[in-house]
Design a protein around this ligand. Structure first.
Ligand SMILES: [Zn+2]
Ligand SMILES: [Zn+2]
Length: 303
């Protein structure tokens, strides 16, 4: 009897492994340009309405795009709220543009969830009831070792050295990934955006020991990594995170990378997606992912 149970258990595990592989295999679709990180004016810092972004996506021959409006759940040191709380309007407008552009563009209903682990109750409620296709997890505001909440954009880097911030930032990012509840880590190297003039090179190479913990946890939890194109147009001059981060995630068994522009205006939409696909390929990925109903769908990266 004992042996039968063990055998059943083994069979179940085997079936699960086969199912996972089959899922990836069956999920393969033809090459897609996917912008999985787009803001409309339902985000406080988004400048264009959803329709304008959809028109731009069609013009640029983007295949799929996720609206990922900001929703910050942690206490904001600046008191700013980055989400315009018009959820009904947002859902209605999303439905309208989906109907209008449905034949030409796959539009996904996402959210950029800021710091879910800082306010688990609010985050849980949102995750359970939001009806999202896709949830990006972001750390814009980190809890530092002195217990204070600091916004990466508003830290005085003459007072708090970038090195100290990075260590606190990556430790808190580890806490966020350990908490989970989202699909993909957005802009893992986010602080680089604001450190021009404070550090010599736009790199996170000195923090790979901390990043390693984050990547291992992400792999364990089936969480993906975003390859963001924002850095292409600033001092970084490349997509991010850097190749060695993506490569390490792949080595550890990570399979999910998404591509996104983090655009807040139409000009940025879809910018550099081909470079992001290239970075994925260089790091050893044969597919990029997009999400439908919180499940990854894998699209092969062509030559
Ligand atoms: Zn963000
Ligand atoms: Zn964003």
């Amino acid at each position: 009897m004992h042996n039968t149970v063990t055998l059943a258990d083994l069979l179940a595990r085997l079936l699960q492994a086969v199912y996972n592989k089959m899922y990836i295999y069956l999920g393969v679709v033809s090459l897609k340009l996917c912008d999985m990180h787009v803001h409309s004016n339902f985000s406080a810092d988004g400048l264009e309405n959803m329709e304008t972004m959809c028109l731009e996506a069609v013009k640029k021959k983007i295949d799929c795009m996720a609206f990922t409006e900001h929703w910050e759940v942690s206490p904001s040191p600046t008191g700013e709220s980055y989400y315009i709380k018009r959820e009904d309007d947002r859902t209605r407008e999303y439905k309208r543009v989906t109907d209008k552009f449905g034949g030409k563009l796959q539009i996904l209903f996402g959210i950029e969830l800021g710091q879910p682990h800082h306010n688990p109750k609010q985050a849980e409620n949102l995750i359970l009831n939001g009806g999202f296709d896709f949830i990006l997890g972001s750390l814009h505001i980190y809890r530092s070792s002195d217990g204070k909440y600091r916004d990466v954009y508003y830290v005085n880097y003459n007072e708090i050295k970038p090195d100290i911030m990075f260590i606190d930032y990556f430790k808190d990012l580890f806490s966020m990934v350990s908490y989970g509840g989202f699909d993909v880590i957005a802009h893992l190297d986010y602080p680089l955006r604001v450190l021009e003039g404070y550090i010599d090179q736009p790199t996170v190479k000195d923090y790979m020991d901390l990043i390693d913990f984050i990547l291992k946890k992400a792999v364990d939890k089936g969480i993906g990594i975003e390859i963001g194109t924002r850095g292409l147009s600033d001092w970084q001059k490349r997509v991010g995170p850097e190749n060695f981060v993506l490569k390490r995630y792949r080595e550890l068994g990570g399979e999910i990378v998404t591509t996104g522009s983090d655009s807040h205006v139409k000009g940025q939409l879809g910018f550099g997606l081909a470079e992001a696909c290239n970075a994925a390929r260089k790091a050893g990925f044969s597919h990029i992912a997009y999400y439908k109903n919180r499940k990854p769908v894998f699209a092969e990266i062509g030559e």
